[in-house]
Design a protein around this ligand. Sequence first.
Ligand code: SAM
Length: 286
Amino acid sequence: MDTQAIFDAAQTAWDEARPVPPDGAFVPGENLPIMKGLRAELDRDAGRAFALVYMDPPYFTKRSQGDYEDRWASFEDYLVMLTARVIAARELLAQDGCLWLHLDRRAVHYARVMADLCFGGPDFLVNEVVWAYKSGGASRRRFSNKHDTLLFYAKDRRRYKFFPQKEKSYNRERKPYRFQGVEEWEDGEGWYTLVNMKDVWEIPMVGRTAAERAGYASQKPEALLERIVCACTERGDRCLDPFCGSGTLAAVCKRLGRDCLSIDENPRAIAIAQTRTKGAPTCHTP
Ligand SMILES: C[S@@+](CC[C@H](N)C(=O)[O-])C[C@H]1O[C@@H](n2cnc3c(N)ncnc32)[C@H](O)[C@@H]1O
């Protein structure tokens, strides 16, 4: 695989993209020209740069996903598409902003190499987060594939925003330690302390009967996006979702008091995302 040739083709696609000015918070259409339109907007007002870009593209399943196609002429073609969007995302980030790239086993390792080239080297990767879930179906021929991988890149590795999140850590034998100065709590499973969150996240997928279910292929759980938004942005920050699907990031941003711009080439996705966000509670706390 000639990664430099893929990078060069992606850079050319970005350079040659004709800017389409975004109109509103939910923009239907091919994302690259709209991202170019956003880039032109930043030339006029750098203060509009994004704190977070979350990208949840097709994963190279080589199949129709119902709501969108995930078939490609070649893996190289797919990587050129993805890399051009990573280049675009990086240009749209504020100096302390970050990109979260959500993929699975099919393309994530190649995408890591391409994104390293876009950001300037492997040190710009802050975390590789594993999202582990349960879903129907199991394999007799291999371990069942039950996780996605999210690559978290910082535009500037010395000054990106990060607010540690907490998670439960159960005590050995689930009994209280009673160490001085250590706060402990108890729930139905036993005694625990709160520790800084690790990079493996167990979060259920959106269930068939879940209230948040929007009826769109590959919808991601709000709990997953909430962690990302809380860890990497502050109230009032601007976020971008160029592959928005059902608008999970937009719904979470509305609830948490962040601005969000959502793009999708499928008009049905935009309609769902808009309706879903209208219904979402608005954050009124300062
Ligand atoms: C994996 S889904 C996103 C799911 C979303 N995160 C959610 O929670 O519902 C990928 C989406 O990207 C959209 N898409 C694919 N290629 C695109 C492109 N070049 N420009 C804009 N949207 C695109 C598809 O229509 C699809 O809705």
